[in-house]
Write a protein that binds this ligand. Structure first.
Ligand code: ES4
Ligand code: ZN
Length: 337
């Protein structure tokens, strides 16, 4: 029985987890109280962790989710808050046998609230060290930029001395692009990615989550990313599908996220068979697990197995692609192989 006897024990690498999306309703309310943050009083969903959990079951779209996501993270103020958030994620991920995680964070969403970058980075970094020492779980941080804001804002943020220092020290070795997708195509961010590339940073971008395959092509051609986050709409362009397979670009799929945000009606509607048949590499990830029914990476693996009945050999391929596609060092990959 693959679901019960293999998947819970596979060494996993997670490549698509927004740390702010690991903020559980319980921790959200705890931190709101501690930090004296007033949650919206005109939305009954913010009555209690239970009512918020219930509201999270009925997102209408990516943007409906993002509305709650940006309110939720407003309770994160101190370094200790970011450390508690990341530590809660790492502990939960370790229970799903995650060995390495490339973790997204959204600095612009914190800077705009008056939380400075050294504060949030100190908290995240402390949690990373703790996870490595106590859980043997390594991680890298992926600094994401918000595409619903002007590209000039992302460029200015990227060039802040505090961010540049984090790239120079190696505390942050990658950038990404997230938030509302449709109407904000990758090519708008070509200058940002050119500057990140010049620093030798690893590059990824959300594309093909809600928007069509042209966004995936633009991320590849205009931003020169080595990964595509989601990419679920790739098979709508068979020529691009073949190209992604040939170049070995990794897609970081988030099956349960796509169901919660109404991209598909069920996990079985995702093109997992098409990707396997075409030889497209992908990893399976949780995205914003605290907002998507508390479904972490293990549940995403199980959902894919229930929908597509992969063979042991196919799981070995998924597992290897995730290890090889991780942004840890070669030595760490060797430990996971
Ligand atoms: C996100 Cl699911 C998703 N898509 C785009 N941006 C995001 N930020 C957090 N979760
Ligand atoms: Zn995402």
């Amino acid at each position: 029985n693959i679901e019960e006897d293999l998947l819970p024990f596979l060494p996993k690498c997670e490549h698509h987890i927004h740390i702010e999306g690991a903020l559980t309703p319980e921790l959200l309310f705890t931190l709101a109280k501690k930090n004296n943050i007033t949650l919206p009083t005109d939305d009954k969903a913010f009555t209690s962790p239970a009512t918020l959990t219930e509201r999270y079951r009925h997102f209408a779209s990516l943007d409906d989710f993002l509305h709650y996501y940006y309110i939720g993270m407003s309770v994160l103020i101190t370094a200790a808050d970011f450390e508690a958030l990341a530590t809660s994620y790492f502990s939960r991920a370790a229970r799903d046998t995650v060995r390495h995680a490339d973790v997204f964070f959204d600095p612009q969403a914190h800077l705009s609230r008056g939380v400075d970058y050294p504060t949030l980075l100190a908290g995240l970094s402390a949690a990373q060290s703790h996870a490595k020492q106590t859980l043997n779980l390594t991680s890298e941080l992926v600094c994401c930029f918000l595409r619903h804001l002007p590209a000039q804002a992302s460029l200015a943020t990227f060039h802040l001395p505090a961010l540049q220092a984090s790239f120079a020290s190696g505390a942050v070795r990658a950038i990404g692009l997230d938030s509302s997708e449709a109407g904000f195509p990758p090519h708008l961010f070509a200058d940002l990615y050119a500057d990140a590339r010049a620093l030798g940073l690893n590059l990824t971008a959300h594309a093909g989550e809600e928007a069509p395959p042209e966004y995936i092509r633009s991320a590849l051609d205009d931003l020169h990313v080595s990964r595509i986050d989601h990419g679920r709409r790739l098979p709508e362009d068979p020529e691009l599908l073949a190209r992604v397979a040939a170049q070995g670009t990794l897609l970081t799929l988030c099956p349960i996220s796509n169901v919660f945000l109404r991209g598909v009606g069920s996990v079985s509607e995702l093109p997992v068979r098409e990707f396997l048949d075409a030889g497209v590499k992908f990893s399976i990830n949780s995205d914003d697990p605290a907002y998507f029914g508390g479904n972490y990476i293990g549940e995403n693996y199980a959902a894919v197995q229930r929908a597509f009945a992969l063979s042991v050999g196919e799981w070995e391929g998924v597992c290897r692609a995730a290890i090889e596609g991780s942004w840890c060092g070669e030595g760490r990959k060797g430990e996971m192989r």
